[in-house]
Design a protein around this ligand. Sequence first.
Ligand SMILES: C[S@@+](CC[C@H](N)C(=O)[O-])C[C@H]1O[C@@H](n2cnc3c(N)ncnc32)[C@H](O)[C@@H]1O
Length: 254
Amino acid sequence: MLAPPPLEETIDHQLTDGDLQQPPPPQSYLLHSINSTIAIRQLPSQGISFQLWPAAAALVALLDRQTQSTSLSCLTTTNSRRLRILELGSGTGLVGIAAAALLGASVTVTDLPHVLPNLQFNVNGNAGIVEPRGGEVRVAAVSWGDVQQMEGVGREFDVILGSDVVYHDHLYEPLLQTLKFFLTRGEREEREVVFVMAHLKRWKKESAFFKRANKFFDVEIIHRDSPSNGARVGVNFYKFVTRAALKLNSVLSK
Ligand SMILES: C[S@@+](CC[C@H](N)C(=O)[O-])C[C@H]1O[C@@H](n2cnc3c(N)ncnc32)[C@H](O)[C@@H]1O
């Protein structure tokens, strides 16, 4: 499994032309089920948003096996239209790009504004794998908790994805606000929006995120990866759906 540097030691910078002159070679991911390889450019010197995190690779591997897996049944469409997926905190974009290729889905990958040029670079570089399979990937700025940006991408999604998005505690609340925005729909909507999150536990303090999340969402572990490369824990996969009481409130306030 990939081992990026400790989060405390990494900071994000504004990208300059100089930074892009000699990036490391792209990382390749073989998607076994479609026999295709995705290439992802990382810029590790630029900080955490420009690196691939362990939960991203784990989520892609699970998606790649999803045809045999019932844990990701929320990622199958019940009608003829394409699945609409929103990814939060996409970083380099591996998860969203792979989901678009594997599921033939319409995916919007998002992150903080300064991360988008590298994200767009990776989306462009893999269009030849995604588009022939009926998928498409759009890039948009969604800074967690920024209502204007969230409204900018709209609420028309079936599934929200995230990998390794729970880390700094000051981001817990903005992330939960963002999830409430995208997951809460009226009672009359025929389909529930789900958040599928791949998460590698690092600190005890993360339990505060899950405690808060449980107030608004039904949170269920849908799959656990075994620890790899001598690690103490493996990646866990969670499914969040909005609690019924919240849905009712949103209907009553309309
Ligand atoms: C640990 S990285 C994980 C990146 C990617 N999902 C992966 O697994 O490789 C966390 C991501 O969340 C993004 N992020 C952090 N704070 C954010 C915020 N306030 N709004 C939107 N994205 C944010 C970062 O830019 C970064 O891309």
